[in-house]
Design a protein around this ligand. Sequence first.
Ligand code: GLU
Ligand code: ZN
Length: 307
Amino acid sequence: MLAHTSNIALMTATTSPYIGRFAPTPSGHLHFGSLVAALASYLDARAAGGRWLLRMEDLDPPREEPGAQTAILKALESYGFEWDGEMVRQSERHDAYLQVVNQLFNHGLAYACTCSRKQLAPYHGIYPGLCRNAGHAREDAAIRLRVPELEYHFTDRVQGEYRQHLGRDVGDFVIRRRDGLYAYQLAVVLDDAWQGVTDIVRGADLLDSTPRQLYLQELLGLAQPRYLHLPLITQPDGNKLGKSYRSPPLTEDQATPLLLRALRALGQQPDPALDGATPAEVLTWGTRHWDALLIPRTLTLPEAQLR
Ligand code: GLU
Ligand code: ZN
């Protein structure tokens, strides 16, 4: 029995190596926060000898900034990042999303919601289930996933134990919008599973999305990846990084100093000799010296460093 168990463990270890990813949304250019996410996901994957995938999360054409996709690719390249395989675009995955939405709907796990923004305004983002039993047709309606009255929790590699009660703190959430566009929560879960992603490294702004994603994984019988949510960057006044502090596009001539600044933001201690290095050399150094245990839970940056 024991021998059998350890064989399975061995098989899992050899057949599921580390697969990480970076998944930018082309609603604008990459900024310092996105660089930190790209860098951490890249170094964590490479230090583990794993693969690093790139996925363009272009689910929302109306909010896409023209030229953003090209600018993102160019920035990643000039900062020395090399991804494995072809980049995946979520805009090419609609059939997969549709199939799952239909399945969930047909099994009664999701339902059509015709509530207007105005109707929902008093509920502060927590859907009160108004259409749960209305039996609306799915055409011209949003599709919401029914959530259980349960708390979901996981242990994040940096943020520690995180818990959220789906019924009380989130409510039934949208998986397909009324305008026919698919929701991030659905697409991200399906794509991470489809691409075999084992490790998700991303910004702490998505920490409170994770329990919804855990529920979807459970519902669809998908494996749960490991999670590492990077520090939330706060302003010197303690508030969450706001629009006024958004940094400018990542320019090519700033690649080395910004990579070094991002490394420091991640708690790593880059060698001063790297000041004159190429971006690729910084990434090589970063991979060799990567220690995810040094990543801080929160990060306050002086305003000057954010520009
Ligand atoms: N596309 C999301 C963003 O740019 C990231 C999604 C994820 O990493 O799960 O914020
Ligand atoms: Zn409704």
